[in-house]
Structure formats: structure tokens, C-alpha cells
Design a protein around this ligand. Sequence first.
Ligand code: LLP
Length: 420
Amino acid sequence: MTIFDYSNGVLRAESVPLPEIAQKVDTPFYCYSAQRLRDNYESFSSAFNELNATIYYAIKANGNQATIRTLAACGAGADIVSVGELMRALEAGIPPGKIVFSSAGKTEDEIKAALIAHIYQLNVESMPELKLISQIATETGTTAPIALRINPDVNAGTHEKISTGHKETKFGIEISQLYEAMNLATTLPGVSFKGFTMHIGSHINDYAPFREAYSRLRELVEDWRARGVKIERLDLGGGVAIPYDKDDETTPFSEYAKIVRETVGDLGCHLSFEPGRRLVGDAGILVSRVLYVKDTPSKRFVIIDAAMNDLVRPAMYGARHSIIPVEFNKSGETTLATVAGAVCETSDSFGDDFALPTTIKAGDLIAILQAGAYGSAMSSTYNARPLIPEVIVLKEVFAQTRRRISVAEQISWDSIPKWL
Ligand code: LLP
């Protein structure tokens, strides 16, 4: 079933016509499909059925409680990067024993909170961090289950801002320093060494770098086992791409699963995955209303009420999300248009050459697709704009899962010192 599809010329989320939601919550808003979240989880997990594997959803991609709860109910754990995400995961019902903590900059308080909660694993990114974890574990009378994040020095072949597996980046421990790190990991008090972890980048469509990285991981496991170290766990990170634009071709997911099986599948390790985008990206859209159609001698601008503060991916990574009208007449003509928001920056553009109905006018609704991952999660109040609502749909019902955060509320976060 296509989750966001037209029926009688009107775009629906599952069985709910989007104009109905727009009328209830006003625009712009994010809309997620619970069914698509479940399907995405199922298709990811079933690819590893015969392996001993757990999926830790990278909640940075979309931290709404309803999103996390939906995936938790499917069996997902959580990959977190802050104490804030720890709170979000626990609140949404993910048990501590199904939480892994990745981050190159864990604070003392965050490490303490993770240890006291007894999470499944801390993914360690540096030797100073390892020493601090040991110290805090000793002080709190806990034992930290740790995995060392390896920087395999692999070029992930994705956007440079989201490539994390080559040695110029801040992520993980370089293989040349692994001997020293392993010495610490296997001898420091308060830490229990479980295995290795890797995350080489995000939105990776050519899977060759995964093969290279996981092969390196295999060599390390064999090498350290030969030295008598017990290696029970491998965390393979996230990073699998999804198609954004209608012309994007993506490698089938089965290829990724094959690489995993061929490189590390037979090592007898428990495998962890940390997908974000692959679980939530195509389960969400951003619905916005046209404010103005501005025809100039050089091009047509469609100015909408969503902007870069609501969805920053086009401005930040040059990402292109498909944009389609909510009401669609198959036989109608289209005109190419640049779609932009109201923020006072040229970078506030969702891109050029979107084929939108020639008759498009102020008040019409449009949908920006594949906005479920790193959309709402990266939104801001830039230009004193409200944070927009989120809605989840299941079959013919929908519910608002985050209310609009008004500017009045934002003003109340500030204070003016008396002496000013
Ligand atoms: N694990 C770790 C350690 C990560 O740093 C990330 C993402 C993930 C898992 C999940 O990766 P995914 O499966 O979603 O690719 N804001 C960017 C993406 C940043 C990804 C950061 N780390 C974007 O909008 O494209």
C-alpha cells in the first residue's frame, strides 16, 4: 500500500485526507504514518531474521514520543546521543536494557545518568572518555558495559557533513591507537568490554564503504580474539540511504543485509544496528500552505508557510525533497517553480524546478515528502517562528502528537535583568 497517495485527486496520509488535518491543526505541520513506521521496522528486522540482532532506533532522527513508542512497540531499542534523548527514550517506554549511548562528547552527568539507568551499552569514542567512564563507574558502584567505536578510515561516499568514518573526523578511535585503547578497556576498573562499534556516516547509497568498514571490523575481531580477548558484540551503526526525489535510485536493502552476513554474520557476535533515516524518513511529510505565487521574468516562486527553520535539510546539505500538491488534477498543466519559505536568507529555498500545477494559488496545500527523518528534530525558532505541530495517522484516525509552540511561549523563555 502506498502510504501517502491520492484518492479522488486529494492526497491522503493512510486513509485520512490531508486537508482534514490542515483544517484541524493549521499549517505547516508534520504528518507521520504509523503503518509506514511499522512496515519499515519489519522490513529492516526481517532482513536479519536468522542472525542474533537487535535494532536500536537512532532517535535523533525523530524524537517525538509517539514515533519512539510506535517503534518500541515493534521491538526497537534506542540509540541515544544525550541525556535528553535518554529521557525521551525511557519516557516513551524503551527499557534501559535496550538503549545504547553514542556521542563523542558525553558529559560527566550524562555518563552518570546512563550508568545509574543501567543501559545496555556505552559506545566509547576516545581514551579520555574511557578513563572518565571508569572513574564514574567506580564512584557510583556500577559497571559500564562498553564498546569501542572504531574509526575505520573509510570514505562513506556521502555528503561531507554527514561522513563520520574517515580519520579526519572527530569520531571513534583510530586503528593505530586501538592497542592502547584495548589495554585500557580490558584493564580499567568499572568497565566491562563487550565489543566494537562503527558508524561511518549517514545517507549512504553505495554500500561498498559498508563492506570495507565491516571487513575491517572482522579483521579486528579475529585479531583480538587471537590475543585471547572475548568479543561478544558488534554494533554496526546506521547510515542506510533512502530515495528522496522521484529519480533517486537506491540500492536494495537486501544488498546491505548481504554485506552484513558476508562480513560479520558468522562471527558469533550479537549484532546491533542503529538506523534512523531508514525507519522514519519516508514515514513523514511536511504539509504547508502556499502564501504567494510570484511570477518574475526569470522564474516562478511559490512562497509557502514552511521555511528552513521547519526543515533545514535543503539549506544545510543541499538536500532535495520531492514536493507535490495536495490537490491534484491529472490532466492539469504544470509549471516549474522554485519553492521557498519566508525566512530572510537566500538559503531558505526547498529547491528549483518543482513541477507544480500551473493554476496553483495562495491557500493551496503542498506536501514535502520524505520529511520524517531530521525534519522536526532539526527545526528551530529562527526568525521568531513557532515550532510546528506533529500529527500521527493510523488508518482512518489521526492525532496531534506535538502542539504548536507559540511565539508568546518562546518569549516567556527569556528574561530581562532588572539592572538593564
Ligand atoms: N548512529 C550514530 C552513531 C549516528 O551518529 C547516526 C546519525 C545514526 C546512528 C543514524 O544514522 P542514519 O541511519 O539516520 O543515517 N542531519 C543529517 C543526518 C545526520 C546523521 C547523524 N548521525 C541529515 O539530515 O541528513
